[in-house]
Design a protein around this ligand. Structure first.
Ligand SMILES: [Zn+2]
Length: 215
């Protein structure tokens, strides 16, 4: 191989390495969230904190019950449904439904038993991204079991609830990383002055008042 061809090949390899590093960097920082999504992001983070709060209360309660027994409380759909009702009530107490423009998106999503596939009913790309991150936590556990029932059937109730605490953390992490990164220049985050200012009616001058009096 000639010296020119060798250096040419070297440049090509360097170029490929640089492009692939830059591409993977871009991918790792890729997000579909925009300034318009901040109200939604704040809401899911607030809801997530409320959910974690209630899950931790329930975990302490079950741990206290389990302290006297030989075996931990196992997951059952009925017991789980009771916990979920308490968590939903806690979420509803902080949810800001109806206060965002565009309207708040649903984050309803599922990790299905059996094949561990994840689905979401979220409509906006940003909240869809969060919903899939949340379900991704469940999917990882789901894939570590092999069975035809829901994967939670193989877990203690405390383990299932602890997994929810971790899954909800993805909303809090997303809120922090978005505001510190891609969305840091949004006015609603850094409290800068909005570019559109509503004009206010100018007060009449003393001269105008005097003119009106003598008209
Ligand atoms: Zn979950």
């Amino acid at each position: 191989m000639s010296k020119t061809r060798k250096s040419c090949l070297f440049s090509l390899v360097v170029l490929i390495v640089v492009v692939s590093v830059a591409w993977s960097f871009c991918l790792s920082h890729a997000t579909s969230c925009t300034c318009n999504d901040i109200c939604n992001i704040d809401n899911v983070a607030n809801e997530a904190r409320a959910a974690q709060w209630e899950y931790n209360i329930q975990i302490s309660r079950i741990n206290n019950e389990d302290a006297d027994g030989l075996f931990p409380t196992w997951f059952t759909p009925g017991r789980y449904a009771n916990v979920q009702a308490a968590v939903q009530a806690r979420i509803n107490s902080v949810s800001a439904l109806g206060s965002c423009s565009p309207p708040l998106d649903t984050i309803r999503s599922d990790t299905n038993g059996g094949n561990c596939s994840i689905t979401t009913q979220a409509q906006t790309a940003c909240i869809k991204e969060y919903a899939m991150a949340h379900e991704g936590i469940h999917q990882t556990t789901c894939q570590s079991f092999s069975h035809i029932m829901t994967y939670q059937m193989s877990m203690s109730l405390v383990d299932v609830l602890s997994e929810e605490v971790r899954a909800y953390q993805t909303a809090i992490d997303m809120s922090k990383s978005m505001k510190a990164g891609p969305l840091k220049d949004c006015c609603c985050v850094n409290k800068c002055t909005p570019t559109t200012i509503t004009p206010t009616a100018a007060a009449p001058s003393l001269l105008q008042i005097a003119r009106n009096l003598f008209r």
